[in-house]
Design a protein around this ligand. Sequence first.
Ligand SMILES: C[S@@+](CC[C@H](N)C(=O)[O-])C[C@H]1O[C@@H](n2cnc3c(N)ncnc32)[C@H](O)[C@@H]1O
Length: 420
Amino acid sequence: MQLPLFDISNLSEEDWTFSGAPTRTLTHCYHDYPARMIPQVAARLLERFAPQPAILFDPYCGTGTSLVEGLIRGHEAHGTDLNPLARLISRAKTAPLSLEALDAAVADLEVWLRSPMRTPERLPTGIDLAFWFQPQAVEQLAHVRAWLDQLADDDLRAFFAVAFSETVRECSNTRPDEFKLYRLPQARLRTHTPDVFNLLRTKIARNREGLCQFLAAYAAAPRQSRAHIHAFNSVQGIPLEQIAPESVQIVVTSPPYGDSRTTVAYGQFSRLAAEWLGLPEAARVDRALMGGTSLSKLPNFHVPLLDLALQQIYAQAPRRALEVAAFYADLRASITNVASIMARNGIVCYVVGNRSVKGARLPTDHAIQRFFEALGFAHVVTYQRAIPNKRMPLRNSPSNRSGATAVTMTHESVVVMRKV
Ligand SMILES: C[S@@+](CC[C@H](N)C(=O)[O-])C[C@H]1O[C@@H](n2cnc3c(N)ncnc32)[C@H](O)[C@@H]1O
């Protein structure tokens, strides 16, 4: 057996909770997103397992937490995500935007907001605008969207589009405490009169502060590079021209906890903003994500604890078991592809939660370890962390009926493996 290259002795008592730590520093303040990784976890993993500038990859980069932390440490950061809104946020958060250009654009926007209302060439067509927004909000959002449309610079446009996206969500008729699209009750709608322009101004001012912090950290990094945000599905393969085989030295990632339909509905969370921004495939995101399509037969994963849990679910609800199995089949396929682009001695860090379905605990951390071991990786360590400050449902609604909730997870694991 090979020894780990990293000294991880005396760390069993280490606290991974980071309770009370500020998680909205730098550009991490830009946009809310379900089940974000907290920056402190990414930072510690990068400092411990990639102390020198390296090639970093996040196969489920979401809003780019690990990419931002990688850039300010001089890493060359690659990320991919199937959710176009997540990619937009990642792009904005990792762009070292010029403050002068930003301030000039903010001044221009101010003039625009005070000028007669305009409408963009296209209003969203994939959603029922009158159902999800108050008439005045539609008018104001359309006016801002028309301004966004005439911004030529990609980085500037991404910065404002992200502030606009959060504004869309917050001024919509959706319940703010739900990831899925649930409309506010009628009684609340009667007094729901969001001020789109002021909401947008607040987001822009907050994000400008975050940008200033990011620019200072980025300038102090050992080297400055741009992040590469890709749109490929790592379950289906990793395009060679985007990431070369055996090139990546460190992966820091947090995959989804399960399929979008019954865990975190990233597509629904992003839908209204994605429609307003004209992002492609907005309606199809949840089906495209891991576990989005079912299987016809329960596979054998050769991971006894996982296979047993799936059989327990199958005995109670065969269809549900096949859906859950589809997620693990996709996870294993993605891991096989990630393994192929890892350099020798490269380290992968997967931050995951073990959820329960029909009373059966699904050992996702253990399955990830076994999937990588089957591909020639050695287990370095698995850290356990309580989740005090992650925005995710601690209770889920397995049947999508309100009130039918079950406790999901209060802890997550950080599985660290090394390619030998
Ligand atoms: C837990 S979130 C990642 C959050 C991220 N670490 C952050 O801090 O924002 C999981 C992400 O995986 C993405 N995802 C799910 N299936 C995917 C797939 N097959 N390929 C790429 N991304 C996928 C989802 O869109 C979601 O953004």
